[in-house]
Design a protein around this ligand. Structure first.
Ligand SMILES: *[C@@H]1O[C@H](CO)[C@@H](O)[C@H](O)[C@H]1NC(C)=O
Ligand SMILES: *[C@@H]1O[C@H](CO)[C@@H](O)[C@H](O)[C@H]1NC(C)=O
Ligand SMILES: *[C@@H]1O[C@H](CO)[C@@H](O)[C@H](O)[C@H]1NC(C)=O
Length: 349
């Protein structure tokens, strides 16, 4: 079951354990209908398969426990229109707390995402910024596209990025665990970082996506343990971000998430992006289906406001946003002064 390779990692093949809630509940397609009303029974896109699996427009219709996916008014992801941003100078920098320690974590192919779960011995939490509580890191999740023009869940002025890293945290001050927090007020905080392509890769993502590692999780349920990870390496060098109140982006779409979108991308290489696209949603004995384009379509902003501490040297007013003010902020993400996510080119940070 376990073997040590020369890098000192522990390899765990087909780790069908309770480490991920999905493994006990993501049922194969051949289950009876009743047990299909299950937390794993949904898909991002239509698939050629034996049976119907609901795509995003159906998530809220197939299971009454998921109705927020359809009727919710604070859903995620969204298209961030920079002209709608409200400048809030009181948004302090986010605090990342690792106690100076590196962490270990298990990387999974869940069939839907590349997912890294830190082991319980290494607590990482965030606080500050828009957050009133301390939130513990539960999962690092990757979304990515089949083409470079798409793959991020959030869009910026209608434009997608090749991918999006989501660091999913739960409120550890109020709740005992992730599942309780996910359905409760102020339960979740997601730090989101856009992925762009470059010749050099982010140090943290390189640990996950180098060929030796990523090919260990080619198929659904594959898992691979990584040690000595420094989560701080994943954060681009900036204290600027965009924040809004939304939902988790998979069923049951609970509207419990504070989103924090960092104003600088991280980079991966074209080769690493290619390796991601070669991951299968399926087990090895089933037909290959690329995991790419694992994104929920954007949802209406409606009455919500999107705040930022990116200083465009123009002061915002109060939220909710005043339409008359909006033109002043147009295009500001392009010249944030520190190579914001909207900046042109793909140079290394
Ligand atoms: C946050 O993490 C740090 C470092 O692991 C730890 O010392 C601190 O107690 C944590 N905060 C809470 C509220 O658990
Ligand atoms: C999460 O916490 C709740 C409340 O304490 C508990 O009932 C539940 O069993 C816990 N779930 C997991 C997966 O640990
Ligand atoms: C925003 O930037 C302008 C010009 O660089 C500066 O004068 C102003 O003090 C800044 N405001 C805040 C709140 O940082």
């Amino acid at each position: 079951m376990k073997a040590f390779n020369t890098y000192g990692y522990v390899l765990i093949y087909n780790l069908l354990t309770a480490l991920s809630p999905c493994f006990s509940s993501c049922l194969p397609a051949a289950q009876p209908i009743t047990s299909k009303l299950d937390e794993g029974w949904w898909a991002y896109k239509d698939v050629v398969q034996e049976s119907f699996v609901p795509v995003p427009s159906f998530w809220g219709l197939v299971n009454s426990a998921w109705n927020l996916c359809t009727i919710g008014k604070r859903q995620s992801p969204i298209d961030i229109e920079t002209s709608h941003l409200i400048f809030d100078p009181y948004l302090t920098p986010l605090r990342l707390n690792t106690a100076g320690r590196k962490m270990g974590g298990t990387m999974y192919n869940t069939g839907k995402h590349v997912s890294l779960r830190p082991d319980k011995a290494h607590l990482v939490n965030i606080s500050g910024g828009p957050l009133d509580y301390s939130y513990r890191l539960e999962e690092v999740r990757l979304h990515f596209g089949s083409e470079d023009s798409q793959g991020s869940e959030h869009l910026l002025n209608g434009q997608g990025f090749p991918g999006e890293v989501q660091l999913i945290h739960y409120n550890q001050d109020l709740y005992a665990n992730f599942s309780e927090a996910a359905k409760s007020p102020h339960g979740i905080a997601v730090v989101s970082i856009f992925i762009k392509l470059s010749e050099n890769s982010n140090t943290f993502l390189n640990r996950m996506l180098n060929r030796d590692t990523i090919t260990r999780i080619n198929y659904k349920h594959d898992a691979f343990l990584l040690m000595g990870l420094n989560i701080a390496d994943l954060y681009p060098d900036t204290t600027r971000y965009i924040t809004y109140e939304g939902s988790i982006t998979i069923p049951p779409c609970y509207e419990t998430s504070t989103w924090i979108l960092i104003n600088k991308p991280v980079y991966v290489t074209q080769m690493q992006m290619h390796s991601l696209r070669l991951l299968s949603q399926n087990e090895p004995y089933k037909i290959f289906m690329s995991m790419s384009d694992n994104t929920r379509p954007t949802q209406p902003l409606l009455q919500r406001c999107i705040r930022t501490n990116i200083n465009f040297s123009k002061q915002g007013r109060d939220c909710p946003n005043n339409r008359a003010l909006r033109p002043q902020y147009r295009g500001n993400m392009e010249d944030g002064g520190e190579g914001g996510v909207g900046s042109k080119g793909s140079s290394k940070k």
